[in-house]
Write a new protein. Sequence first.
Length: 214
Amino acid sequence: MKVVLLILTAVAAYFLGGVNGAIVSSVSFFHRDVRNYGSGNAGLTNYLRTFGTSSIVFVILIDILKSVIAVWLGGWLLHFVGYPTVGRLFAGFCLVMGHMYPIYYNFRGGKGVLCTGVLTLMVDWRVGLVCWAVFLIVVIFTRYVSLGSMLAAACFPVFLWIFDYSGLEGLLALLTSLLVIVKHAENILRLIGGTENKLNLKKSSGTRRERTRH
């Protein structure tokens, strides 16, 4: 029974994760794929830099909605065998995998930051508030979204353990956080080299300059 529920959770969360808000919105509203511009990432930051704030609400709503459904479903399915929190965390991990490597879009997705942010709040609002606070503080003072994202992700398993969650729950959170951090490998190199882009809400010339490398 547990194995069946885990498989159902994994499949549902992965395929929900693959519905990428930035790709759907860029193609629907601008008839362009956001992955062909700017950094090439199918995420909120690259969307902002490329298209500005226009239709950004749809990017956010799509990614939040799919995250809420996936994490809720995982918790609901696994509560039948007594592990609702494990179900939410496992669904969150699969959700982030789907967002990063979506089968719909040739496995080229985003970095899973917003999905992980929703997950933290749905697992434990206290942990979620800590993670979001870390993200906002770092971004406000440094304007590096990537740095704020990685530090917030790193806080997720740490504060679950601090709030006395089990080792398995912390492990699932750790695996999700590692996915987010590893996906930021190029950002880490740019941060070290001092060439990382800072947050700028003004629309760049990205819509006029398509990427030639993918």
